[in-house]
Write a protein that binds this ligand. Structure first.
Ligand code: DC
Length: 232
């Protein structure tokens, strides 16, 4: 077992905001693996690489250095945390995410990061494919209607108008694309703690998860040498 906590779940369930808050509270490194797929899409768009050409995407991935520091994502040394949230990237990220050779490369990089320090990592396949031996796994979800309501609220807060039914349709469409992928599809790990966040505040979700992470990761439960002898 390795000292990693994983958070998987569908788009719009609040994974990023919750995982970041949890990492801050616990002093763990936060790894946003969606941002890594987004960074590859961003670079492909900038370089005009054909997103339908899997071998070109794989080659681009091999020559890209991705790093995560303090919850921020760096691509070839550039902080791309905000740039990867652009709508154009969201619309095209499915191409690298669906490319098996890109996934293979990024999964290896994620494992390397997880082996080097205690992390809390967020994505779609973290508890199933990347860290099947993680000590602590969560599946954070919310109904499509709840996620659509939250998204509508965010857009309205930014002064944008949007149609609830259209947002709901996009969410259902993304869920399908994420779950039907041949490699690394979104699946609920059998041994994950499932949190359905409908009607819960961010604070309530983070509180519930904090208790579980503290009880499971060894860095929070290191026994004194004397205790270890007593339990062995
Ligand atoms: O969580 P997000 O919206 O930033 O993820 C961006 C895309 O990357 C989304 O289409 C799902 C995909 N993804 C993935 O395939 N595997 C992961 N571990 C994380 C994200």
């Amino acid at each position: 077992m390795i000292d990693v906590a994983t958070v998987d779940g569908p788009a719009g369930a609040g994974k990023s905001v919750v995982t970041r808050a949890l990492a801050d509270r616990l002093g763990l490194e936060y790894l946003n693996t969606g941002a890594m797929y987004r960074a590859i899409a961003l670079k492909a768009l900038r370089e005009g690489v054909d997103l339908h050409d899997e071998s070109a995407l794989a080659e681009l991935t091999r020559r890209t250095r991705l790093e995560s520091n303090d919850g921020r994502t760096f691509m070839d040394g550039e902080d791309v945390t905000d740039a990867v949230r652009a709508n154009e990237v969201s619309l095209n990220v499915r191409y690298p995410a669906n490319a098996p050779s890109v996934r293979e490369n990024l999964v290896e990089q994620q494992r390397r990061i997880g082996m080097s320090k205690p992390i809390i990592t967020e994505g779609r396949d973290q508890g199933t494919v990347v860290f099947p031996d993680a000590r602590c796994k969560f599946y954070l979800t919310a109904t499509p209607e709840e996620r659509a309501r939250r998204r509508l609220g965010e857009l309205e807060a930014r002064g944008e108008t949007a149609d609830f039914q259209e947002i709901l349709r996009q969410i259902i469409d993304r869920d399908r694309s994420d779950s039907e992928r041949d490699v690394g599809p979104l699946r609920e790990p059998e041994d994950a703690v499932r949190i359905l966040s409908d009607g819960m505040s961010i604070q309530e979700v983070v509180d519930a998860m904090e208790r579980i992470v503290r009880s499971r990761l060894t860095i929070f439960n290191a026994r004194s040498p004397e205790e270890s002898r007593r339990h062995s």
